[in-house]
Design a protein around this ligand. Structure first.
Ligand code: EPS
Length: 388
């Protein structure tokens, strides 16, 4: 079983991840992980915090000479901002708990619900962990999974397809083509016209003291049929992908394939007819199912989308209530991002990679990469030949 835990506060010393269950013999370096951490920090619309941070992973355990050992992979990513928060965020008795106290919850953030749940007076105790800064650790874990998928010829490509009201035409092509086009855009949107409009929309939102949400799409290519299972609810891969995507801060909707659009179609137009040729094996000419039928991959590319709400920290704040005085006030404001959809797209790739890698290890599991690859190739040959 593949599993991971994350720890760390936004202005604490560091983010931590432990990945457990990776096989031995997977080539993996800090540089490879750093590339994804850098992409996560990027994207037009980010706030001043990203100019301060320079996320780099320190591998603590589980890798020797560039190859995994099969033991837990420990990773640490330092928060540069910790230097400015040592007193306030100090774990020791010397912490300055009376400084930078927040009592005015932001509508849309975890502030109020979190403070009620854990009986906190200072909302900082909530927002430090509810912060999307935690996704640094998730990208590190997901990037380990991504490396494993590469060895199996499974590639991921994320792209931003909507910011605010600006909608793009999603790019088609190989994962490398989509990725290189997306990475060339300041908002990770391969449609050049829409990309320019999105940047302008973010600039307008910034001038207005407002924020913007959007939609990103992740495609996964080279996925064999048969990952996940219909036999039990918690083994359905679509359910696991939805949970993984929905748990990214700010995500309010997830779609697989045709998604919500399928609800409006008659059955005769909603499904993907089945064909067979000795060269291709079974194939489809449409992919409305997004590569998943019955919670199981069907051999077509996997297509998932997630919708992110606008950032709740507003320069022109919404109405709220001071939790100390109970007076009507406006919500707290510190520096914030204007739009984090491009960043969420990178996080989306990471969590999707994690779920696909977990499903691969469940089906083709072994202690070494060599064993896993052998089992994977044997299975693919059987599927291609149409044997049972
Ligand atoms: C976040 C608030 C901002 C964001 C942060 C998420 O941080 P700060 O309060 O330090 O300005 O920049 O995201 C990150 C730090 C990050 O690396 O993604 C929030 O409240 O969720």
């Amino acid at each position: 079983m593949l599993r991971y835990l994350t720890a760390g506060e936004s202005h604490g010393q560091a983010l931590l991840t432990i990945v457990e269950g990776m096989p031995a013999g997977l080539w993996l370096t800090a540089d490879y992980i750093d590339r994804q951490l850098e992409r996560r920090q990027g994207g037009f619309g980010r706030g001043p915090r990203q100019r301060l941070e320079r996320d780099r992973v320190e591998i603590i355990s589980g890798i020797r000479g560039g190859f995994t050992l099969g033991s837990p992979i420990g990773m640490r990513i330092a928060n540069r901002d910790w230097e400015n928060w040592r007193e306030v965020m100090n774990p020791g008795l010397e912490a300055s708990l009376d400084e930078r106290v927040i009592t005015r919850p932001r509508p849309g953030h975890a502030d109020l619900a979190g403070a009620l749940k854990y009986a906190f007076y200072d909302l900082r105790n909530v927002l430090e962990r509810a912060s999307a800064r935690e996704t640094v650790a998730r990208v590190a874990a997901g990037t380990v999974a991504r490396r494993l998928l590469e060895e199996l010829g499974i590639g991921l490509a994320g792209q931003v397809i909507q910011i605010g009201e600006i909608k793009a035409t999603p790019a088609e092509g190989t994962p490398e083509e989509i990725r290189s086009q997306a990475d060339a855009s300041p908002v990770y949107c391969p449609d050049p016209g829409a990309s320019t409009d999105m940047v302008e929309a973010i600039q307008r939102a910034e001038q207005a003291g407002d924020t913007l949400g959007g939609v990103f799409e992740i495609r996964v290519y080279g996925v064999p049929p048969g990952l996940g299972s219909y036999v039990h609810w918690d083994r359905r891969l679509d359910g696991n992908l939805a949970r993984a995507l929905m748990s990214i801060p700010g995500i309010k909707g997830v779609e697989v394939g045709g998604g919500f659009g399928l609800a409006a179609l008659p059955g005769s137009k909603a499904h993907d007819e089945i064909f067979y040729s000795p060269v291709q094996g079974y194939y489809r000419v449409t992919n409305r199912a997004g590569g998943l039928e019955g919670g199981v991959t069907n051999g077509e590319p996997l297509v998932v989308r997630a919708a992110m709400k606008p950032i709740p920290t507003l320069r022109k704040p919404l109405r709220s209530v001071d939790m100390f005085t109970k007076e009507a006030v406006t919500a707290a404001y510190e520096r914030a991002d204007i739009c984090a959809v491009p960043s969420a797209c990178v996080i989306g790739e990471a969590v999707v990679a994690w779920e696909i890698a977990s499903a691969c290890l469940e089906k083709f599991g072994g202690d070494t990469m060599a064993e896993i690859k052998e089992s994977f190739l044997r299975y693919k040959t059987r599927i291609r030949r149409g044997e049972r």
